[in-house]
Design a protein around this ligand. Structure first.
Ligand code: GN1
Ligand code: MG
Length: 369
């Protein structure tokens, strides 16, 4: 990090309710969408760390209600944790640090939107799952998250991205991108396009089940990637889930589906060696066990019935989002090499096939739990 950036972050820190002396700053994550920095302060002989994060306002067009959601949700989680007599609350739920003017965000002179959290200490995240125990912890963490929020009426939350998991709309957008083929990329992605279009029968399944009133909307996380779970450095226990920008009304199945996408194969999201990409049953079994353990109190039989399908559907949906972005010129997801979005899409589609092939066995695992 250069001196300018350091200075910028020090300036940002001074606007928030942070006491003590600024010591250092570094970038901690290059997400697909936002940018995240850790900053260290010295406070009366103690070192305290914070996270400053920018919000991408071309993706999240209404950052103010978004931050109200984040506050509402983190406060609710904290109350629920307190009721259960949990300790170590600052490692179990994010704490929003308000700006000096009392608002939960700050817009800097260049128009960048910043928010600040207390840094969660002694945890780490993983880009790819490594063990069944980790998959179990992920299921438990997001399951608990939903459970703790199950008494927060989802209508109280703003919709931060409309139709975020609306697979039919995502599919239409892909069809459009194929039709215009502005960058002449369709030819190089012909196999992926053919696969995507052939999956159309799956596209409406959850939308229809919801429209028929079979499955309800609840307060959900909507971005339940494994790298959004913070695991304790010592014990491996899931402490806290992060990235609350898409917490809003949704189907719990979208959350479970994204957990299947990111915790049932020990490969990164952009793995290019596709032979390695398989849905691994021990990981799925552990994930499902953790999730069902945590959601027992509210999950209905109808929701349970769609868990496996949701795994394939959400993996597919994220796959077509990568493909669409590739065809449209990589304007949404941050890329680090040419064809990065196409690689990401290929990995997702390979996993979809693997899930589809093993669906019956996966369902049997669910039925045993
Ligand atoms: C984006 O920014 P990040 O990495 O949390 C995306 C998710 C995708 C994910 C794929 C707001 O999440 O929907 O599943 O990339 N978030 C948004 O890795 O579009
Ligand atoms: Mg996210």
């Amino acid at each position: 990090m250069n001196a300018d950036e350091r200075g910028l972050l020090q300036g940002v820190g001074s606007v928030f309710q942070i006491e003590g002396e600024f010591r250092e700053a570094h970038r901690i994550k290059v997400g697909h969408i936002n940018e995240t920095f850790a900053v260290t302060y010295q406070q009366a002989g103690r070192t305290v760390r914070y996270v400053h994060q920018t919000l991408n306002t071309s993706v999240f067009r209404e950052p103010v209600p978004l931050m109200q959601n984040v506050l509402h949700v983190t406060q609710h989680l904290r109350r629920r944790l307190e009721e259960r007599g949990e300790r170590d609350l600052d490692r179990r739920a994010l704490r929003v640090i308000p700006a000096r003017d009392g608002l939960p965000f700050h817009v800097d002179a260049t128009g960048r939107f910043w928010r600040t959290f207390l840094f969660v200490e002694q945890v780490r995240t993983y880009e790819a799952v490594e063990t069944p125990e980790q998959a179990y912890q992920a299921g438990l963490a997001f399951g608990r998250f939903q459970d703790f929020l199950s008494d927060l009426p989802c209508q109280e939350l703003a919709v931060t991205i409309p139709d975020f998991h609306h697979t039919r709309k995502r599919f239409r957008r892909l069809q459009q991108a194929i039709q215009t083929d502005e960058l002449n990329r369709c030819q190089g992605a012909a196999r992926e396009i053919a696969f995507a279009l052939a999956q159309e029968p799956m596209v409406d399944t959850l939308l229809t089940a919801h429209a028929r009133g079979e499955i309800p909307e609840r307060t959900t996380h909507n971005d339940t990637k494994f790298n959004n779970v913070m695991l304790d450095l010592q014990t491996g226990e899931a402490m806290c889930v992060v990235d609350l920008d898409t917490v809003m009304p949704g189907l719990v199945l979208y959350d479970f589906g994204d957990m299947v996408r990111t915790t049932t194969s020990r490969t990164a999201e952009d793995e290019t060696y596709l032979d390695r990409v398989e849905m691994e049953m021990p990981l799925f079994q552990s994930l499902a066990r953790g999730y069902l353990e945590a959601t027992r109190g509210f999950l209905t039989p109808a929701e349970k019935k769609y868990l496996v399908l949701a795994g394939a559907l959400i993996t597919y949906t994220i796959g077509i989002r990568f493909l669409t972005d590739y065809l449209e010129g990589d304007t949404y997801f941050r890329v680090h090499r040419p064809d990065h979005n196409l690689d990401r899409c290929r990995k997702q589609f390979k996993l979809v096939q693997s899930i589809q092939r093993q669906s019956d066995a996966m369902q049997r695992q669910i039925d045993l739990l």
